[in-house]
Design a protein around this ligand. Structure first.
Ligand code: ADP
Length: 603
């Protein structure tokens, strides 16, 4: 009926809406107040008395205009007026004007409504057809076929995740030669779940599989399937798999699988929509044969909240962990991302990798890019070590906000606060070495004291965590001792210290309450009270947490008091130079520190 490509434009919809509005208005305005209805006998007696001036006869309905001008309405007996032609003649002789209309004569407006009604139905029908066939642009699959971007991405572009690469290698072999696998009856996983924190290269790894196997890569994200309208997500999933089946073999990538694959349950509307989408995904994954050449790769950071049905055999039955890179991995990633950048000869990437523990692949890529931008800004052709270090600080601590206007008192507060942190950190044997202290606002903080571990840390000792709490308390203590004040600036420190203490008590078994788990829950910081925990135990947990934080506070107070000179000297220097690096801090402490055994608050 309509050409396939026809799509109602916005103007078209506006025109339809205006036409409908006009029709309704006209209908309403035409509907004059209904005339009074009188009995037929009264009409006859009116005629007798010569009281009628005009009639409009429509079938058996008679609209009577009286001599007075009043309009009334009556019904004649069936066929009365036409059968009794004499009556009409008699009326005419009395000077009554008679206008006869047929009952089937619809008003113009009637035709108008009819035409518009039909048009409306046609448009509705076409829209519904397009919705159900998924042809309305908003409902189409949002998958993006990324052959061009994938072309050229190979395993050589992914570093630091060697185990994960090893695990997915056989998928590449399968995609290259599916027949070799089916010949010996081998079954390749239909779905692979890449698990790891953001920025560790999950998408990159999936792309490199497609690139190595030279097959199309269909990219989609779990959040693309989460919509308000029931059925839309499911229809997009259908479309995605339909697109995939057009290729002899391909990779479907679903980023953020948890957006659509959360455990089912609940009864709200959005739950229903998500369940429908998830069910569709399960149906589609069951719908293709293992050796059809389609491999679904999904990425998530939270495998624990995925619906168990997704992880069953035949679906995402293989999980590959993509973790943060280690020292060697970081160096390799830096090397990959520095390929297109001219580096000065003295740059030691191993050294940079050492100073970036905990950085993800994306952070490192960002670092290289920032360094290149800094070089460009300085109108240099090559990137220097200094650029890389500046870039690292930017990625680590946020962008400097030199434009933030601080009052002199705020600067002094900040200088003493940061010096408090720094001196406590410098004096505690179990703390990470200091990297930088600054009172230039960065990100959301007014000042930053940055420590960098010497190597990658995977576990923490009790002493390390206690030192961490004491360092966090150092800022508040210095403000109290030197400026006799408390400010809101310590709010974040206090929150972090309490979190560490709570985890020590509830998760790590590092308190008098013993090695028991006192809270449940998924994420590290959002645990709840463990089920069945008594009120008395909860109270003891709170006491232990308080005890740990207060001990940290006492340690910090002892150190700041004994090292008053160091704190004062550092704060004064910071007010002049704004930042001190590791060497500067070392020299300062060496000059001013009181050589005394480090005193720790006793439990
Ligand atoms: P994820 O999907 O895990 O969130 P991405 O794959 O989107 O992370 O990574 C973002 C970018 O970071 C990549 O495009 C790449 O430039 C860089 N990157 C991340 N991890 C690595 C890695 N292991 N090797 C090389 N580059 C990486």
């Amino acid at each position: 009926m309509f050409p396939r490509k026809w799509q109602p434009s916005r103007t078209f919809w506006i025109a339809i809406a205006i036409a409908l509005a006009v029709t309704v208005t006209l209908q309403v305005s035409r509907r004059a107040p209904a005339p009074t209805r009188v009995p037929f006998s009264e009409f006859l007696s009116d005629v007798e008395k010569g009281n009628v001036s005009a009639l409009v006869v429509t079938g058996d309905a008679v609209q009577v205009t009286r001599a007075s001008g009043e309009v009334v309405h009556t019904m004649a007996p069936p066929n009365y007026i036409s059968v009794n032609a004499g009556i009409a003649t008699g009326l005419a002789q009395k000077g009554v004007r008679i206008d006869v209309r047929t009952t089937s004569e619809p008003a113009i407006i009637g035709y108008g409504s009819l035409v518009l009604g039909v048009l409306f139905l046609i448009v509705l029908g076409v829209s519904l057809y397009r919705v159900t066939s998924g042809r309305i642009p908003a409902l189409e699959s949002k998958s993006r076929e990324a052959d061009e971007t994938t072309a050229g991405v190979t395993f050589a572009d992914v570093a630091g995740v060697d185990e994960a690469k090893e695990e997915v290698k056989e998928i590449v072999d399968f995609l290259r030669e599916p027949t070799r696998f089916s010949a010996i009856g081998g079954r390749i996983p239909k779905g692979v779940l890449l698990v790891g924190p953001p920025g560790t290269g999950k998408t990159l790894l999936a792309r490199s599989i497609a690139g190595e196997a030279k097959v199309p890569f269909l990219f989609s994200s779990g959040s693309d399937f989460v919509e308000m309208y029931a059925g839309v997500g499911a229809s997009r999933i259908r479309k995605l798999f339909k697109d995939a089946r057009r290729h002899p073999s391909c990779i479907i990538f679903i980023d953020e699988l948890d957006a659509v694959g959360r455990s089912r349950g609940g009864n709200s509307l959005s739950h229903e929509e998500r369940e429908q989408t998830l069910n569709q995904l399960l149906v589609e994954m069951d719908g293709f044969a293992p050796n059809q050449g389609i491999v679904v790769i999904a990425a998530t950071n939270r495998p624990d909240i995925l619906d168990p049905a997704l992880l069953r055999p035949g679906r995402f039955d293989r999980q590959v962990t993509v973790g943060a890179p280690d020292l060697k991995g970081r160096e390799q990633i830096l090397r990959i991302h520095s390929k297109k950048i001219a580096l000065s000869d003295d740059i030691n990437l191993h050294q940079i990798a050492r100073g970036t523990p905990g950085f993800s692949g994306a952070d490192l890529a960002n670092l290289m890019n920032e360094a290149a931008l800094l070089a460009v800004r300085a109108r240099r052709q090559i990137v220097t070590t200094h650029d890389l270090e500046m870039a690292r600080d930017k990625v680590l601590m946020g962008v400097e906000r030199r434009s933030l206007a601080m009052t002199e008192h705020e600067r002094i507060t900040c200088a003493y606060h940061e010096s408090g942190h720094a001196v406590v950190a410098a004096l505690l044997p179990n703390a990470d070495p200091l990297h930088k202290v600054t009172i230039i606002p960065r990100g959301r903080a007014l000042g930053v004291t940055m420590q960098l571990p010497t190597g990658d840390r995977h576990t923490h000792t009790r002493e390390y965590l206690e030192a961490q709490i004491a360092i966090l308390m150092g800022g508040r203590v210095a403000e109290e001792l030197f400026l006799r004040q408390m400010t809101s600036g310590a709010g974040n420190d206090i929150e972090r210290a309490t979190d560490i203490a709570r985890r020590m008590v509830c998760e790590f078994g590092m308190s008098a309450l013993g090695p028991l788990a006192y809270r449940t829950g998924g994420g590290p910081w959002d645990g709840e009270r463990a089920a069945g925990m008594s009120e008395a135990t909860a109270q003891r947990v709170d006491e232990e947490v308080r005890e740990l934080v207060m001990r940290g506070y006492e340690t910090a107070r002892l150190i700041v008091e004994t090292q008053r000179d160091s704190v004062k000297a550092m704060a004064e220097q910071l007010l002049v130079v704004e930042s001190l690096d590791a060497d500067g801090i070392k020299t300062l402490i060496a000059t001013h520190a009181v050589v005394a055994p480090v005193v720790l608050a006793q439990s």
